[in-house]
Design a binder for this molecule. Sequence first.
Ligand code: OGA
Ligand code: NI
Length: 347
Amino acid sequence: MEMTPYQLANNTPLTLSPNFILPEDKRPNLSEVLPSDSIPIIDLNDHDIDDGQGPSPLVSKISQACEEYGFFQIINHEVPRELCQKVLAVVTEFFQLPPEERAQYLTKDHSKQVKVFNYYQKYEGIGKVTMWSETFSHPWHPTENFTHLLPTNPPQYREVFAEYARAIGVLFDRLLSLISRGLGLDKDCLKRRIGEKPGLHTIANYYPACPDPELTMGLPDHNDLGSIAVLLQVEGVTGLQVIKDGKWLTVDPVPDAFVINLADQTQVLSNGKFKSIGHRAVTKKLLPRLSLGMLYTPSEDAVIGPIEDLINEEHFPKYRNYIFKEYMEEFYWQEGKRRRVPIYGYY
Ligand code: OGA
Ligand code: NI
């Protein structure tokens, strides 16, 4: 019997049904993945005063990570450990509820604020292949607009989540300003360009233990489409991988760290100086894995294009300007091909 995706978390089958099996050339090839001691781990307590000669040591490290990897981890970020553990616990509990409880959120309508869904890919000649994961998505700010739509089971979900969202809001402001300074811009520049009404969404991905991680994928190779993401992973379970120079690297969960990844719009705003890097999530045979991503996406009406101060005689614009909404439309149009949107043509 074919398992409906949202039954996965509670009812892991012993063998993969065909709808989860990827064509051979799309499989993860796990034996070729390298451990990554190379993704920078940045201590936010590092010295952060510009000395008039150039950026502070902290800003330099961040901008180097953004240029080389588009990914880094941060420690000493001031979000309390207990709060991170509490939020991972309530989200895990949500995924472990009986599937009927989560079914109320199940939808294919991407405009729904609060939703449970599954990623899939479409392949020529094969059709849909379902990914080995379940995703729960909802906004994280402004809380008064959606808290009433969040789960009441587990009972602490709303309260714990609201506290976590407040802390992450503060962290985002700090990160955006560090990244702006890393581009040599004033600290408010990126936030201003992302617009007045950013899309602030949570993406919780649950990857049940999988009978055969070589045949399927938790999340296919993709780039994030917004501007920046703060990801919390459970300790001790790997799964996230990023591509660097054509090789997949594992992003090891570091205790008390967040993974920060830049998304497409930051690459465009920085005129290609900072990178949005391809990444994917693979599954594990014995352990389920949870990741909790907090996303920061431009306003629909934001004009995205290389920031003018970065353009001069030596640095021509690499991208054209576009309204972010157009980009999103292109993204949804490419349904099932989680994708690289070619809308921002290079000149
Ligand atoms: C994502 C993502 C990584 C993970 O949701 O876009 O890349 O480890 N998640 O779940
Ligand atoms: Ni992603």
